[in-house]
Design a protein around this ligand. Structure first.
Ligand SMILES: [Zn+2]
Length: 370
């Protein structure tokens, strides 16, 4: 089996090598440093090239930085004015090289990944975007984290068509995955007792969030009261709880993530209420990473969808949301009803609904740890 795979890999080295010639040539001309633009709303600058490293600064969309180093995992060392640190290369775009994200020029050595359909590949980057097509211009439809395994179903130049363990199909940049399987780390399964859960009440202070269209309900007030009920429920089940805010203040998104990471939390739950121009009603549960976050989101959604809390669940959804995307902790974000819908607003204003929703979320978190 092993020699068969090696033989196959060798043939693929030749094929991939010849296909990859053009990009190899292009990358040979990449000189450091170069200028790159931030293409995400808020980019964390970290002390080390790791999602576990502390955040030393933050940049916003459109900021131009100087990239002075690139590593094989897609991290780039950047500099802007006095701030210097590491950032995820896929969140930056090279200034002179349209379509190319930073750090993506350090090409694989060719044949590093077996592209034979059905083979297994392991993610080597800390965070890897799954796209709807073979290129950075395609929409992000999911995310993988280091060590996750995917099934290869095809390939096209520098891109691999893959399927995740959660059955998400899409494309990833070939250079951020390695062929073969890696050792799986277990997800505990020891129960909620003693686990540290960060409860994040969305918005606050100068940021009211959504405003109800019928009763002028402020999202920031609903999130705080619901978060407090959630804390009670989780504490009752034996968890330790840290809140990102307990009063009407507005922590930055990076600070909310920081609370989670600096406490080495076991889970992070962000509470929000929604708004829509349509007559949409009900709850929505978001995850970012298919492997890291989805099991928690799925457990929470399963409890929210059981009858009795008063609003129907609209299911699980991938969300490219800062507090999930930039968070090393297993994280989920719930939208507990639409303030733009009169029925929803009148229900979610009541403490009975908030208590029931909080209890359902707490049960979901407990199920996740079981
Ligand atoms: Zn919100």
């Amino acid at each position: 089996m092993r020699t068969k795979l090696l033989g196959l890999a060798l043939i693929l080295v030749v094929i991939v090598g010849s296909l990859g010639l053009r990009s190899n040539d292009a990358s040979a001309t990449t000189k450091l440093p170069y200028q790159a633009k931030v293409i995400t709303a808020a980019l964390n600058i970290r002390s080390e090239p790791s999602l576990q490293a502390s955040v030393v600064g933050q940049l916003k969309a459109g900021d131009v930085v100087s990239v002075t180093e690139e590593d094989d995992d897609g991290w780039v060392l950047i500099k802007k004015n006095k701030v210097s640190g590491y950032a995820a290369g896929y969140l930056l775009r090279k200034q002179d090289d349209s379509g190319q994200t930073a750090g993506s020029s350090s090409t694989s050595t060719g044949g590093k990944v077996s592209t034979s359909p059905g083979s297994t590949a392991t993610v080597t980057a800390d965070s890897l975007r799954i796209r709807s097509g073979p290129g950075t211009s395609y929409k992000t439809i999911g995310s993988l984290t280091q060590g996750e395994q995917v099934t290869v179903t095809g390939s096209q130049s520098d891109w691999l068509k893959i399927r995740t363990s959660g059955n998400v199909a899409g494309w990833v940049a070939k250079e951020y995955v390695d062929k073969g399987a890696s050792q799986q780390h277990s997800s505990g399964g020891t129960g909620i007792r003693g686990k540290l859960v960060v409860v994040d009440a969305g918005h606050g202070g100068s940021d009211p969030g959504m405003i109800g269209t019928t009763y002028d309900t402020k999202e920031k007030e609903l999130t705080l009261s619901t978060a407090q009920y959630l804390k009670q429920e989780l504490t009752r089940l034996g968890a330790k709880v840290v809140m990102t805010r307990t009063t009407d203040v507005k922590p930055e998104l990076s600070e909310r993530v920081q609370v989670s990471e600096s406490n080495h939390a076991d889970a992070f739950v962000s509470i929000h209420y929604n708004s829509s121009v349509k007559k949409t009603s009900g709850t929505l549960t978001f995850f970012y990473s298919d492997k890291k976050d989805r099991p928690l989101a799925s457990a929470v959604e399963a409890e929210l969808s059981k009858s009795g809390i008063g609003l129907r669940s609209n299911g699980l959804s991938f969300g490219d949301l800062y507090v999930l995307r930039e968070n090393a902790t297993v994280a989920t974000l719930v939208e507990l009803g639409f303030l733009s819908n009169q029925k929803d607003e009148s229900i979610v204003r009541g403490s009975a609904y908030q208590r029931k929703a909080a209890a359902a979320i707490a049960r979901g978190v407990a199920d996740y740890f079981d």
